[in-house]
Design a protein around this ligand. Structure first.
Ligand code: XIL
Length: 316
């Protein structure tokens, strides 16, 4: 019987969700996940604050549970995220080290984490959200202490630890051409010219109910594809509380946005995977993030398929 993944696979796409080890203990959740999707991203259980709570002390227990669930069920895994300015352990946030030591901290974190999961990760988000909206480097613990070369170092360390995993730079509000996507384009062009091992750009694609300019999105993805990069959609969801109509109209408007996004994604060979940032509306990070009741995803809290699901199935 039909499922998102069965149709996506016919178009050479992987389709998936962000999830957490304790979600998959729910047998209904697990069966919907396995039926519909073929790739997962740990929503936060591979982030630095989780895996290296103290300097040199690694804890992969929760991430391992997810990885073994995925392996057992033939799901691919996007590793997320090695180097980010959020979800850091206190010892990093409050740490005072020399530049040399910061490079070693980064190297050790990447090497240990990537080696631990070696051979099991389809793609790693190596660096997440390194730019501001205006295209300047975001001042982070990594940028401030190492300088902009932290990015290429991170990719080299990751590649050394698992040469077969695809390596991605991942960011948000980059779907269309703007100062941030231009900065990323410039950076990745330079990295490629230097031979830095980078395979793709992750477009988080956290959208609003207004969607984006789809013609611009297509052009923007294409210019990255033209560099020989994968252009995956990594954290897809839609903020809905700003819509001022009935609930039915809201869900319909959302379905149309998703339908337009899939129109673009399915027609670009460089989009190899499309990952939603969660399965059920009630579990979405957006409820906390915006402070409103949000309906961002494909399933309601009873695992019923929303109009968005049906619109996507139609496209596939
Ligand atoms: C969010 C998770 O959804 C939350 O559960 C967590 O507390 C914070 O991070 N961009 C990213 C993701 O790259 O890692 C973020 O995920 C959402 C925004």
């Amino acid at each position: 019987d039909s499922s998102l993944k069965s149709f996506a696979q016919l178009k050479n796409k992987h389709i998936g969700i962000a999830t957490q080890s304790y979600y998959v203990n729910d047998s209904q959740y697990a069966s919907v996940l396995n039926h519909e999707f073929d790739i997962i991203t740990p929503e936060y259980q591979m982030k630095m604050g989780q895996v290296q709570p103290q300097k040199g002390v690694f804890n992969f227990d929760e991430a391992d549970k997810l990885v073994s669930f995925a392996t057992k069920n033939n799901l691919l895994i996007r590793g997320h995220a090695l180097i980010w300015h959020q979800s850091l352990p206190d010892w990093v946030v409050n740490g005072t080290f020399t530049k040399e030591q910061w490079i070693n901290i980064m190297k050790d974190h990447i090497t240990q984490t990537v080696s631990h999961f070696k051979g099991k990760i389809y793609a790693w988000d190596v660096v997440n959200e390194a730019f501001w909206q205006n295209g300047a480097y975001r001042p982070t613990v990594w940028y401030d202490n190492i300088g902009p070369e932290y990015i290429e170092l991170a990719f080299k360390f990751a590649h050394d630890a698992d040469p077969n995993a695809k390596l991605f730079y991942n960011d948000f509000d980059t779907e269309v051409t703007n100062d941030r996507s231009n900065a990323i384009y410039k950076m990745v062009t330079a990295l490629k010219a230097k031979g830095v091992p980078i395979d793709g750009i992750g477009f988080q694609t956290h959208l609003t109910i207004n969607g984006v300019n789809y013609a611009e999105m297509k052009k923007n993805f294409q210019r990255f594809a033209d560099l020989g990069l994968d252009t995956d959609i990594t954290e897809l969801d839609i903020v809905t509380h700003t819509f001022s109509g009935t609930q039915e109209e809201k869900l319909q408007a959302q379905a149309e946005v998703y339908s337009n996004i899939f129109d673009i994604a399915l027609n670009l060979p460089s989009v190899k995977s499309i990952v939603f940032w969660g399965m059920k509306d009630g579990q979405s990070w957006l409820n906390k993030y915006t402070g409103f009741a949000e309906y961002p995803l494909l399933f309601d809290n009873s695992y019923d398929k929303k109009p968005a699901y049906k619109a996507i199935l139609q496209k596939l």
